[in-house]
Structure formats: C-alpha cells, structure tokens
Design a protein around this ligand. Structure first.
Ligand SMILES: C[S@@+](CC[C@H](N)C(=O)[O-])C[C@H]1O[C@@H](n2cnc3c(N)ncnc32)[C@H](O)[C@@H]1O
Length: 224
C-alpha cells in the first residue's frame, strides 16, 4: 500500500473532490488523482506545459488543475484564502520540505481550510536510518525523509483536537483527522527539537502511533 492507494480509496469511498498537494515534483502522484478540484504547490515543478497537456489527455480531470510555483508558506500567505473561498479542502498530501517546522506549518495552514471530515496525509514519517531522518543541511547521500517524524510527535503532544497516526508503509504515511485522539503524548516543542534518531528507534511504535495498513480501512470504515 502506498500514498496513491490511500488517496484513491479516500477519494472514491468518501466522495472527496477537493485535493491539495504540497510538494509535487514531477506530478507522479498529482496527475493520477481523479478529482474535479486539484491544487499543486511546489517552488520548482519538474514538468512543463507539454507534460501538463499530455496528462490532461490521459486524465481529463487535469484540465482544471491550479498550479502555484512557489513555496507552501507563500501559497498560504498569498493565495489560499482565494483558492479555498467557498470550497473546503477535503484531502491534502503534505510532501514538501521534509523538516519538522516546515511540515508543521503546512499541516496547520491546511487545517485552516479543511472540512471537518477532511484528511491530511503526510509522507516520510517513518525513517529507517539516522541518515534519512535528519535535517536537510545534515543530509549527505541516499534516502532523505527528514525529521517530519517530529511533526507527528508535536501534533500528538500539542493538538488534543486531532487524531494522528502513522501507517507502516511507503516510508511512513502520517494521517491527520479532526477527531479526539485515543492516546496523546506530552512533549514540549523544545523537547521535540532535542530528540534524536536514537530516541525514535527506542520508542518508534509509541511516538509515531504506528499502525498496520489494515488499520487504515478500519479507522475510516472503508472496503479493501
Ligand atoms: C519528494 S518530492 C514530492 C513528491 C510527490 N509528492 C510525489 O508523491 O510524487 C518533494 C517536493 O517538495 C518540494 N518542496 C521543497 N520545499 C518546498 C516548500 N517550501 N514548499 C512546497 N514544496 C516544497 C520540492 O521542490 C520537491 O519537488
């Protein structure tokens, strides 16, 4: 199971129509989503007008896409109010800058425009090596998930209005919904800043509220 499976299952079975992707790159996921209202945000899209056109032929939903070639912070400061006027966000993939405070701002900003039943999916929440799990400036080679895992700990500690868990697949898919959580954590932002990858390894299950992929269907009451 990967992020596309999850997005498609939610779109189909919950009849979601309004989709935002932060961090789109070449559109590998974005162009495949079948939804009438799709918004793409990335400071550097890795596609040109001809690829956009080709993707609109393959999937006509892409004809109505809105593209914002800028950082997510700039998008939320300059455009989001108008983009989501009269249209609540139902599903968001947060996959931009993979650092704790960036991903946190993306989630908090997206929540401002999200329907009560909406869902935020966060990619890269369950890094498997210390090298993959650090800050961008410390990253050298190989996979980089960043420290988005700290964003999960932050939300589980500071937001008692949100249920947050991580599905154990596709580098860790964080799921955020507006619902009172069954379990919370008790870390301050300063304590979270100081956490290391070793701390994550010692208590991964509990810190991330790590769940099997079956739990996704159970939690949302969806058919496999
Ligand atoms: C891993 S890629 C996204 C992959 C894509 N979501 C997918 O699933 O195929 C991360 C993207 O985040 C973008 N990015 C980096 N900083 C960003 C920021 N501040 N705001 C939005 N996007 C950002 C990068 O340009 C890059 O294209």
């Amino acid at each position: 199971m990967n992020r596309l499976d999850i997005i498609q299952a939610l779109m189909r079975q919950k009849s979601f129509k309004n989709y935002l992707e932060i961090g789109v790159e070449n559109g590998h996921i974005f162009f495949r989503i079948k939804s009438s209202f799709k918004v793409a945000v990335d400071p550097k899209f890795i596609f040109d007008a001809s690829r956009r056109f080709g993707k609109a032929i393959l999937n006509p939903y892409n004809l109505n896409n809105q593209y914002f070639e800028k950082t997510s912070d700039d998008f939320f400061a300059q455009d989001a109010k108008q983009v989501f006027a009269g249209k609540k966000l139902q599903l968001a993939l947060v996959d931009g800058m993979h650092e704790y405070h960036f991903a946190l701002r993306d989630v908090e900003n997206a929540l401002n425009y999200m329907d009560d039943n909406g869902v935020i999916i966060m990619h890269d929440c369950n890094p498997q090596t210390a090298g993959a799990a650090g800050r961008f400036e410390d990253w050298e080679v190989g996979e980089w998930n960043g420290d988005v895992w700290k964003t999960i700990i932050h939300l589980r500690s500071q937001r008692p209005d949100l249920t947050v868990f991580v599905l154990d697949c596709d580098q860790g898919l964080g799921i955020v919904t507006r619902k009172k959580p069954e379990s919370t954590l008790n870390y301050t932002p300063a304590q979270i800043d100081a956490l290391t990858y070793d701390d994550l390894v010692k208590d991964r299950q509990k810190l991330l509220n790590l769940k099997s992929t079956d739990y996704f269907y159970e939690y949302f009451g969806l058919q496999k």
